[in-house]
Design a binder for this molecule. Structure first.
Ligand SMILES: Cc1cc2nc3c(=O)[nH]c(=O)nc-3n(C[C@H](O)[C@H](O)[C@H](O)COP(=O)(O)O)c2cc1C
Length: 348
C-alpha cells in the first residue's frame, strides 16, 4: 500500500516529477483529495483522474526534432554582438537543443573566428546549431559576405531576421546544395529560419523562391540549374518563427492573432502547393517562463524561441553590470524602443 499525499506542501515535489503519471484520488468517507504516483492504496481512496506523464521532448512537432537533430523543440534566438555567444551555442548544442550565434553587428573577422571556435568544439558531425543572417538594406555587400562565410564554413542553419522581403542572399543560401536522394526525395543542405511578424512576409518564405531571383543566381553561377529547378518545388523555408512583441525587432503585435494568421496561411499554402515536406510554425516573443512556453505549445507551436530571458545565462555575452540590472528589473521596468538599426528606417 502506498501513501496518499494530501498536504499541499508535500504535493508540490510529486507534481514536479512531470515524467511520471500521477493519480488524483478522493477518499469516499471524508471527501479528502490526494495524489499518488500509483494506484495501490487503501480501498477508501478512489482514483477519479490521471495526470499522464509529460516529457518536454513530446511537446511541439516531432519532425522538428528529426530534421534538426535535437532532443527538444526549444531554440535560443540570436542576440546581436555576441550576446548569444559562442559559449551559449556550444552549451545548447551539447544538450541537444538549437541555438543561433548572435553574429549581427559583428565585424566579419569576428564572425569567422566565432564559427571556427564553434566547429572546433563541436566537430563536423554535430550540426544542431546555427548563426544569424540579418537583413542589411543599407549594406547589402556585407550581407552577401556573411552568406559567403556561412557557405564556406558549412553552417547548415541560419536565423534570418529583420527581412522585409525575400532577396538573392537568402535564396542563394537556402538553395545551395539542394539535391535528390536515392529515393527521389528533395533534400536540403541548408535551412533558413525566418523570424517575422507579418503574414505577407510569411507567404514569401512559405512559397518557392521567385523565378527571377533563381534565374539571376544561375546566370551568375551562384546556383546550378538543377538547384534552381529543385528550389522551385519547395518552400524557401520550412521553419517559420512568428515573433510577437519581443526583445528583438518587432512590429509590436500580440502573439495570439499573429500566430493564428500564419498558421492558417500555412494550411492554405501547403494544400495549394502540395508540398512533400511539412512547414513548421514556431513561436517567439514574451516566452520567458514555463507557463508562457506551455501557452505557446497549447496554441499549436511546433517549436519555441526565447531571447530576453537567455541574456541572464552564465554563457551569455552580456556585461555583468547589465545582468545585475536585469536581475533586479520588474515587468513594469520594460518599455519598447526601436531597434538601433531601424532608426534610419523611421521605426518608432
Ligand atoms: C538584446 C537582444 C538582442 C537581440 N538581437 C537579435 C539579433 O541580432 N538578431 C535576431 O534575429 N534577433 C535578435 N533578438 C531577438 C531574439 O533572438 C528573440 O527572437 C527574441 O528576443 C524573442 O523574444 P523575447 O525577447 O520576448 O524572448 C534580440 C533580442 C534581445 C533581447
Amino acid at each position: 500500500m502506498s501513501k496518499v499525499i494530501c498536504q499541499p506542501n508535500e504535493m508540490l515535489p510529486l507534481l514536479q516529477t512531470i515524467r511520471q503519471p500521477l493519480y488524483l484520488l478522493r477518499q469516499s468517507t471524508t471527501e479528502l483529495l490526494g495524489i499518488s504516483d500509483n494506484n495501490q492504496h487503501d480501498e477508501s481512496w478512489q482514483a477519479f483522474a490521471l495526470l499522464p506523464a509529460l516529457y518536454p521532448e513530446w511537446l511541439g512537432n516531432q519532425s522538428f526534432l528529426n530534421t534538426h537533430g535535437v532532443r527538444f523543440p526549444y531554440v535560443a534566438g540570436a542576440m546581436a554582438h555576441g550576446i548569444t555567444s559562442v559559449e551559449m551555442v556550444i552549451a545548447m548544442a551539447k544538450t541537444d537543443m538549437l541555438c543561433f550565434f548572435g553574429a549581427a553587428g559583428m565585424p566579419l573577422k569576428q564572425i569567422e573566428a566565432g564559427l571556427q571556435q564553434i566547429q572546433t568544439e563541436l566537430g563536423n558531425e554535430k550540426t544542431n546549431w546555427g548563426s544569424n543572417l540579418i537583413y542589411m538594406p543599407n549594406d547589402p555587400e556585407i550581407e552577401t559576405a556573411v552568406v559567403d562565410l556561412y557557405l564556406k564554413y558549412n553552417v547548415h542553419r541560419v536565423s534570418a531576421s529583420a527581412y522585409m522581403r525575400v532577396n538573392a542572399n537568402i535564396v542563394r543560401y537556402a538553395c545551395k546544395g539542394l539535391y535528390r536522394d536515392e529515393n527521389g526525395q528533395i533534400q536540403r543542405n541548408n535551412y533558413v529560419f525566418p523570424k517575422l511578424s507579418q503574414p505577407r512576409l510569411a507567404t514569401q518564405f512559405m512559397t518557392p523562391p521567385p523565378e527571377k531571383i533563381l534565374q539571376e543566381l544561375v546566370s551568375q553561377n551562384q546556383l546550378t540549374a538543377e538547384e534552381a529547378e529543385l528550389a522551385s518545388q519547395l518552400p524557401l523555408a520550412e521553419d517559420i518563427t512568428v515573433e510577437s512583441d519581443s526583445g528583438g525587432h518587432t512590429d509590436n503585435r500580440p502573439l495570439g492573432p499573429l500566430f493564428s494568421a500564419v498558421l492558417q496561411l500555412r494550411e492554405k499554402l501547403s494544400e495549394q502547393y502540395n508540398y512533400s515536406r511539412p512547414i513548421r510554425i514556431g513561436a517567439a516573443g514574451g516566452l520567458g517562463t514555463p507557463a508562457a512556453v506551455a501557452g505557446a505549445f497549447a496554441m499549436g507551436a511546433d517549436y519555441v524561441v526565447t531571447g530576453s530571458v537567455n541574456q541572464s545565462a552564465v554563457e551569455s555575452g552580456l556585461s555583468e553590470d547589465a545582468k545585475k540590472m536585469l536581475a533586479q528589473a520588474e515587468v513594469t521596468d520594460m518599455a519598447i524602443t526601436p531597434a538601433a538599426d531601424m532608426f534610419e528606417l523611421g521605426a518608432k
